[in-house]
Design a protein around this ligand. Structure first.
Ligand SMILES: [Mn+2]
Length: 448
């Protein structure tokens, strides 16, 4: 196994501090003016008064909002047409952690990484030490039974947890148990089950029996779930199976979770919906029944699940965050809802993965920050008064609030960068890594 770079150099962060400080110093004065301008505007409109808050309180909440970085999003992804890896890509999980630490260092909004087994392999102790040295922690573990691995005994070509043969199902269950064991050793507290089970032609599989088999297999996995862990069930209407997927929508995912127990929750991947689906309403429904485990952040123009969150439908992303913030407000009063996890799940085919992740952290925080400006009490009054015009305006006013100074000021305050992309480019990080890292095309990518 390759030795971790960080262990060789000690817990040194990837970006030089003075580069960040120098860049921030040159932009600080302008940011202060922008922030004061926003504060003045919010005071004149009475927004802060109506919300009974201060800009500093809003900034504290934004600072507390973190997204999880996917290990598979740190290398160039690909499509069925090919993959175009760039120079200096990470070639091991340790180098992925180094890149993740860079994203965290610049954005201060991404302190956790989600691993995918077996794409990410490394001794638990080395992984923990490396992450700790870089100030990162591990979020949900992701299993993989949607592709065959070298040396694998039985094939997942015709399914894994739903496969007609029990030996294949057993192999897939055992893989998930191994993933839990790895996760336990590195401090993870959740398992996301990734399956591609489904069918490509009518008649290929029996809808009901396939679902029953997935339910039984998940029950086996759930039985072995440590007491303080959660199990996440994701759904997808199509792909990799093109006629039917076994867990095709939130209703099916919810049905499975309710059959499993209290610690099974639904994962809403924003891209995993047919065009036009009201995703914010699905999020609301899952919150209502206490089964929202997390959100996979990305966006979609047609039917993919890999565009940058907020790049196509920023208003929809905002509306989703309105549901989450509204629930957070109510939970703060009742102390009920456990916070969902926010994981970036997108593939970067033509962009530098580090830059794309930096942008996505910002987009998620932007949607969250805007939702904090919604006057939910006023909205409730307008809903009760059946006033759709003013109710929509409450949302639009929050959505139109330019929160860029808030996001930049939070980053600056927490030691990050006012201009993360600018610093990343100026630093020459990729070029330096291109000299240092030896490409291994088997492990460098991993996103499908
Ligand atoms: Mn996903």
């Amino acid at each position: 196994m390759r030795m971790p770079h960080m262990a060789e150099r000690g817990p040194e962060l990837p970006m030089q501090r003075d580069l960040i400080d120098r860049s921030n110093a040159s932009l600080k004065a302008r940011l202060a003016l922008d922030l004061e301008s926003l504060r003045g505007s919010l005071q004149r409109s009475g927004t802060l008064l109506a919300l009974d808050t201060t800009l500093e309180e809003i900034m504290d909440r934004v600072a507390g909002f973190e997204v999880v970085l996917p290990s598979w999003g740190l290398g160039t992804g690909g499509t069925r047409f090919g993959r175009f890896p760039g120079p200096g890509e990470p070639t091991s999980i340790f180098e992925k952690l180094e890149d993740a630490a860079l994203v965290q260092q610049l954005t201060r909004g991404a302190g956790a990484v989600s691993l995918h087994v077996p794409w990410d392999s490394g001794a638990s102790r080395a992984l923990s030490e490396c992450a700790q040295g870089l100030g990162l922690r591990f979020d949900a573990m992701n299993s993989n039974t949607f592709q065959d691995q070298p040396g694998q005994r039985l094939s997942y070509k015709f399914g894994s947890l739903s496969h007609p043969e029990s030996a294949v199902r057993r192999q897939a269950i055992d893989h998930n148990l191994e993933v839990i064991a790895i996760g336990e050793a590195i401090g993870s507290k959740a398992l996301s089950v990734w399956i591609g089970d489904g069918s490509d032609t009518p008649g290929q599989s029996n809808f009901r029996r396939s679902l029953e088999r997935v339910a039984d297999s998940l029950a086996e996995i759930y039985k072995s779930l440590p007491g303080d862990w959660k199990l996440f069930v994701e759904y997808k209407p199509y792909e990799p199976a093109f006629y039917s997927t076994v867990i095709q929508d939130w209703g099916t995912a919810l049905h499975l979770c309710q059959g499993l127990g209290d610690r099974a929750h639904v994962l809403v991947d924003l891209g995993h919906h047919l065009p036009g689906t009201n995703i914010e309403q699905i999020v609301s429904r899952l919150i209502q029944v206490g089964r929202l485990g997390g959100v996979h952040l990305n966006d979609s123009k047609y039917g993919d699940d890999d565009l940058t969150a907020g790049s196509i439908r920023p208003f929809q992303l905002f509306l989703i965050f309105c549901e989450l913030v509204a629930a957070e407000r109510e939970a703060r009063k009742s102390r009920q809802m456990s916070s969902p996890t926010y994981l970036i799940d997108q593939s970067h085919n033509t962009r530098d993965p580090i830059e794309a992740l930096i942008v996505t952290v910002e987009e998620a925080r932007r949607a969250y920050a805007k939702a904090l400006f919604v006057d939910f009490e006023r909205l409730a009054e307008l809903q009760d008064a059946s006033d759709p015009v003013l109710a929509e305006l409450v949302l639009k006013n929050a959505f139109e609030t330019d929160v860029r100074p808030v996001l930049a000021a939070v980053r600056l305050r927490d030691g990050g960068a006012i201009d993360p992309i600018g610093i990343f480019r100026e630093s020459g990080y990729r070029l330096a890594k291109a000299r240092e890292r030896k490409p291994d095309w088997k492990t460098a990518g991993g996103m499908v």
